[in-house]
Design a protein around this ligand. Structure first.
Ligand code: OGA
Ligand code: MN
Length: 305
């Protein structure tokens, strides 16, 4: 088993271990788990993927999230990202909810930071790949933390950040987060820094769901959030993954941001399936939970359902 770097700052391709190996063998799991903690984004090529294998592989790392309300895959461990209408097999119109969701996924984000139980990792498999575009781009919030000037790190280290699913969706369309989704997912607050409990390395923890900083005027907090996202996603430090058939990519939501890239979605189908592994206290959740309450910073975007 071996690793090959994907980018200068982070990311590795796993060689000599398949998803089946990790599912079946403790030594392969231990190797890949250590690589995940260290490199944040892992690529497996040429996998014989199936829903069963993806779920069994993912289950090795912890509890699986059940897909959130009103998303494709609701009630199952699979979040389905596609522009194909299940019922008709046709490509969806540009104003269809799934087309808008794809655009929301094209904002730099980390999965599930808006949930009361955040995500350790996501596992994404490409099932239908368009002939152009549709890449997935990654940035390291760990490398970004290390690249911040010392005085900036000291200034922000103890801040807490509010996250809201409705905020990121509101950037695409005012009613994209439904009333049901909004009610199911009220804003949550996390420390701005997630310390990896295995290696002690810090990462910024924010992205498109972040809308306010505890104890800061709204505008000032949001300006700082935007400044930090721009810092994390400096193009000199990102990794663009071009999908090939058989690829499976796994990332650490505690230490990275990602975004989907556009493709000609009026012409070509794209279908991706994601499983998401919940973070536990052993992964650093309790230590990252912010000591603030929902009364201090309320919801910003109150779009009626
Ligand atoms: C995801 C995601 C981006 C993409 O599955 O969480 O953001 O490229 N995907 O499909
Ligand atoms: Mn995502």
């Amino acid at each position: 088993m071996d690793l090959r770097p994907l980018a200068p700052d982070f990311g590795a391709e796993v060689l000599g271990a398949t998803l089946i190996d990790v599912t079946e063998r403790d030594d392969a799991y231990a190797f890949v788990r250590a690589a995940f903690e260290e490199h944040s984004v892992l690529l497996f090529r040429n996998q014989q993927i199936s829903d069963e294998l993806q779920a069994a592989y993912s289950r090795r790392f912890g509890e699986l999230e059940i897909a959130k309300v009103a998303s494709l895959g609701e009630g199952t461990p699979f979040s389905i990202l596609t522009n194909v209408d299940r019922a008709t097999g046709a490509l969806v119109a540009p104003d269809h909810k799934e087309a808008l969701r794809a655009r929301a996924n094209q904002l730099w984000h980390t999965d599930s930071s808006f949930k009361a139980q955040p995500a350790l990792a996501s596992v994404l498999s490409a099932r239908t790949i368009p002939p152009s575009g549709g890449e997935t781009e990654f940035a390291s919030q760990r490398s970004a933390w290390a690249r911040l000037p010392e005085d900036m790190r000291a200034r922000i280290a103890d801040l807490c950040v509010w996250h809201d699913y409705a905020h990121s969706r509101g950037q695409i369309a005012p009613h994209l987060a439904s009333e049901r989704e909004r009610n199911a997912m009220p804003p949550v607050c996390w420390r701005i820094r997630w310390r990896n409990p295995v290696n002690g390395r810090d990462a910024l923890y924010l992205a498109s769901h972040a809308y306010a900083i505890e104890g800061m005027p709204r505008e000032e907090g949001y300006a700082l959030i935007r400044e930090l996202i721009a810092h994390v996603t400096d193009p000199a430090h990102t990794y663009l993954h071009r999908w090939q058939a058989g690829d499976v990519v796994m990332w650490d939501n505690r230490a990275t941001m990602h975004r989907g890239r556009p493709w000609p979605d009026n012409l070509h189908a794209r279908l991706m399936k994601r499983t998401t592994i919940s973070a536990s206290d052993a992964d650093g959740v309790a230590a990252t939970r912010a000591p603030c309450s929902g009364e201090t910073v309320g919801r910003v975007l109150q779009a009626a359902g």
